[in-house]
Design a protein. Structure first.
Length: 29
């Protein structure tokens, strides 16, 4: 159960970072 929760946290973190990076790149362009 903890492993599944940890995986969700990691996945959410990766998606969040990807979205922020995409927004930053769009802002620069």
């Amino acid at each position: 159960m903890e492993i599944k929760f940890l995986s969700l946290c990691i996945l959410a973190g990766v998606l969040f970072v990807s979205q922020v990076n995409a927004s930053a790149n769009n802002g620069k362009d």
